[in-house]
Design a protein around this ligand. Structure first.
Ligand code: GDP
Length: 139
């Protein structure tokens, strides 16, 4: 059975563009409930650890620089079929390929600076949520 939580970040580009509010609205209007949330700032070390699975990819350095370039919003979200439904809501990694009505279509500017993160599996949703939140911060 599909798990009912996913993990998201509103990335530094979207925070700089003052789009935290509208992006959170799209998430809650799509039926996601906020279980945990914090406004924080990754440094190169923590951004590097979070994205360690991409260490061998050519864009890893750029990704770490970007994700540590300003504050982010991190959150755990709840909904039936959360991981899959949230990936649909955020749209393709590259905003040029994202469907109308998706968060990345509306707010992302490039394949790197793409406004939001969404977990790609139930297993990663748990790992990523645990990276940011302890059990006193999840409701
Ligand atoms: P996602 O699951 O849709 O976020 O995509 P991936 O897991 O493939 O990549 C993780 C993140 O790395 C993306 O959300 C982008 O921020 C970044 N990224 C992916 N591909 C590229 C690329 O070609 N160039 C750069 N600069 N960043 C990329």
């Amino acid at each position: 059975m599909a798990n009912n939580i996913t993990f998201t970040m509103i990335k530094p580009d979207a925070v700089r563009a003052n789009n935290i509010g509208p992006i959170l609205s799209m998430m809650t209007e799509a039926g996601f409930r906020i279980k945990a949330m914090k406004y924080t700032h990754l440094n190169k070390d923590t951004a590097g650890k979070f994205y360690e699975v991409h260490k061998e990819r050519p864009f890893y350095g750029e990704l770490v620089d970007f994700m540590s370039s300003g504050p982010i919003v991190a959150a755990i979200l709840e909904k039936d079929n959360a991981v899959e439904d949230f990936r649909k809501l955020i749209g393709s990694t590259n905003p040029a390929e994202a469907d109308e009505g998706t968060i990345r279509k509306q707010y992302a500017t490039s394949i790197g600076e793409n406004a939001v993160h969404g977990s790609d599996s139930d297993e990663n949703a748990k790992i990523e949520g645990d990276f940011f939140f302890n059990n006193l911060e999840v409701f």
